[in-house]
Ligand binder design. Structure first.
Ligand SMILES: [Zn+2]
Length: 105
């Protein structure tokens, strides 16, 4: 089992500060998921679940993907990754570059 890692926790904290959603975002890591990650839009919060048996890099990629779902809101089965998700993904990826490489605005 891969340890989710200090960098993962630090980036979650960074995202909470720099890219918050309308509701609090909870992040859980679990074993034996059928998917790399998922985002659930609940009434009072948003839940992100990530497979912690994956490598640190895959977990980080998944966190970036799911945080974009948290920001862009619920989607439909027909179009689970609409343009608005893509725009949010760009924002989260940009936050990752700034966090990882200390590249400012
Ligand atoms: Zn997705």
């Amino acid at each position: 089992m891969a340890y989710r890692g200090k960098e993962f926790d630090n980036f979650v904290r960074y995202l909470r500060t720099n890219l918050p959603a309308a509701k609090p975002i909870k992040v859980q890591t679990k074993e034996k998921l059928k998917y790399l990650g998922a985002t659930y839009h609940r009434k009072d919060y948003i839940l992100i679940v990530i497979d912690r048996t994956q490598s640190a890099q895959v977990m980080m990629d998944t966190l970036i993907h799911e945080w974009a779902h948290a920001l862009s809101g619920p989607t439909t089965k027909e179009d689970s990754h609409p343009t608005q998700w893509g725009i949010c993904y760009g924002r989260v990826y940009r936050a990752w570059v700034k966090f990882k490489y200390h590249i400012g605005d």
